[in-house]
Ligand binder design. Structure first.
Ligand SMILES: NC(=O)c1ccc[n+]([C@@H]2O[C@H](COP(=O)([O-])OP(=O)(O)OC[C@H]3O[C@@H](n4cnc5c(N)ncnc54)[C@H](O)[C@@H]3O)[C@@H](O)[C@H]2O)c1
Length: 303
């Protein structure tokens, strides 16, 4: 990857869901930047079914063939045991763990009115529990090291979505209730992890990417298409997202903590979440019958 040479030299990074799409791009870019990789992927269909261990192996093999260091893992990251195993794989293969990139994701769409309980459970499980399990297992390891030797440069990069965070996402959010809720939870989890883990030297940030992968291709958005003009910048190439991931995994991001970066094509944005935009202070308990006017005033103040 142009411009990343050596940025992650010697660092050991676990990338979840690295067999395809964005995760694959991150793993290849991190390797090109000098990192040693645990390439994790359960190898499932977009809806999380039919695991295939070869998917992770293929990307690890591409890295090894190019002279990089990588070990494959086909653990399910959305359980404490699988996440713990991934941390162990990094330690037993490379003797250390410097960063985790939580990227694995699934999609089960549909309007809320048609949403099946099992679909909600699976989407929340993979995105929210998959992020939390990896962070919990890595943090336990880093806390032990910090107790002996003090804080160090450890990193967690989470993956949320503009669809969950922007007031008006480009493609709306109807039909994606479970996904949007799970990705908003990942953003909230990022802030909590950032507060709790910075004392050990762990910087925790999230990315909100947009790129052409099998997940987004299935949605059929025209603006994800490849450019028609040969040689033109392909703004939807997933490789566009990975330079930020490399930088966030590197020691250069020290002091950057609890941030959510929007990244699409050549644009890098900083997203901020809920904030109070209007308020009323009555000095005592609110009275239901008096709320019409108060709420009307708040709404007009908020604009
Ligand atoms: N593509 C986009 O525009 C976009 C936008 C916002 C957020 N995201 C997020 O980026 C991440 C990557 O998505 P993508 O578009 O590259 O999709 P993708 O389907 O190409 O890749 C996701 C990978 O995660 C793996 N995976 C799923 N469940 C797993 C589990 N339990 N354990 C381990 N691996 C598992 C899959 O096998 C797959 O290879 C996801 O979290 C997605 O929600 C993508």
């Amino acid at each position: 990857m142009a411009g990343a040479g050596g940025l992650c030299e010697g660092r050991v990074v676990v990338v979840t869901g690295a067999g395809r799409g964005l995760g694959r791009s991150h793993a290849l870019a991190l390797s090109a930047a000098g990192a040693r990789l645990v390439v994790n992927d359960l190898g499932v269909e977009p809806d999380g079914t039919r695991p295939d261990p070869e998917i992770a192996w293929r990307v690890a093999e591409v890295i090894r063939q190019a002279g990089g260091e990588a070990i494959e893992s086909s653990e399910d990251v959305a359980c404490w045991e699988g996440a713990g195993q991934l941390v162990e794989t990094a330690l037993s293969s490379f003797g250390r763990l410097d960063a985790i990139v939580n990227n694995a994701g699934v999609s089960r769409g549909g309007l809320l009115v048609n949403l099946a309980e099992a679909d909600l459970d699976e989407v929340v499980r993979v995105h929210l529990k998959g992020h939390a399990a990896m962070a919990a297992q890595a943090a336990a390891h880093w806390r032990r090291l910090a107790a002996d030797d003090g804080p160090s440069d450890w990193r967690i990069v989470n993956t949320t979505s503009p669809m969950a965070l922007l007031a008006s996402p480009p493609h709306g959010r109807s039909g994606h209730a479970a996904y949007v809720a799970a990705k908003a939870a990942v953003a909230a989890l990022t802030l909590t992890e950032a507060d709790e883990l910075s004392r050990y030297g762990v910087m925790v940030n999230a990315i909100a990417p947009v790129a052409r992968t099998r997940l987004t291709e299935a949605l059929g958005y025209e603006d994800l298409a490849q450019p028609v003009t040969p040689g033109a910048f392909d703004a939807m190439d997933p490789d566009n997202v990975s330079p930020l991931v490399c930088w966030l995994c590197s020691v250069r991001s020290r002091g950057v903590n609890g941030r959510v970066f929007e990244v699409e094509g050549g644009r890098l944005g900083l997203l901020e979440g809920w904030r109070r935009v209007a308020s009323h202070e009555g000095g005592g308990r609110l009275v239901a019958g008096e709320l019409d006017g108060i709420v009307e005033r708040l709404l007009s103040e908020a604009g």
